[in-house]
Design a protein around this ligand. Structure first.
Ligand code: HEC
Length: 142
């Protein structure tokens, strides 16, 4: 095939679309894995009524972990380690353990747990109605 300007342009467009698709792919993979393995307990069911919930909302988990692990790699490691082994001495949410009991073991590959943790770190996660109000009241807005 003769290399023309337009075939180079086409190759460039195809290449940039492929790399866009793979970036989006990693993020949506973490989200899909979260939906499969975590959302049943950490999702919006029960809203902010802790008597109707089985676990804290994932946005609350994120806030506690970001506070101690603002760096993405450290955040991902801490969450993935928790998913691998629920060690109460490493807990950042002892009140949640008292209220809900400790999280049961989840059978999931460590690499998948890391993808989920990276997705949670990015912050575009489930957030029950009324979460901000509740968080500000309990933990202080300022
Ligand atoms: C069967 C219900 C259930 C599922 C499924 C579940 N969790 Fe949990 N999780 C809990 C409960 C209950 C708590 C609060 C008590 C605790 O901290 O152990 C919790 C707490 C946590 C905490 C805070 C731990 C701490 O105390 O510092 C993290 C992090 C977490 N979950 C991540 C996840 C991730 C990621 C997934 C999906 C891979 C997941 N959980 C799936 C029930 C669940």
């Amino acid at each position: 095939m003769k290399i023309t300007k337009s075939s180079l342009l086409l190759a460039f467009i195809l290449f940039s679309q492929a790399s866009l698709a793979s970036d989006g792919g990693t993020e949506s993979e973490g989200k899909a894995l979260y939906n499969t393995h975590c959302s049943s307990c950490h999702g919006n069911t029960g809203g902010m009524d802790m008597n109707k919930r089985v676990a804290p909302p994932i946005i609350a988990v994120r806030m506690h972990y970001i506070g101690s692990y603002p760096d993405k790699d450290a955040f991902v490691l801490a969450i993935a380690q928790w998913v691998e082994k629920q060690d109460a001495s490493q807990s950042l949410m002892r009140g949640a353990i008292r209220r809900f009991n400790i999280m049961p073991p989840i059978s999931i590959a460590q690499s998948d747990a890391e993808k989920i943790a990276a997705y949670i770190f990015e912050g575009d996660v489930e957030r029950p109605d009324g979460f901000d109000k509740h968080f500000n009241e309990r933990h202080g807005a300022n």
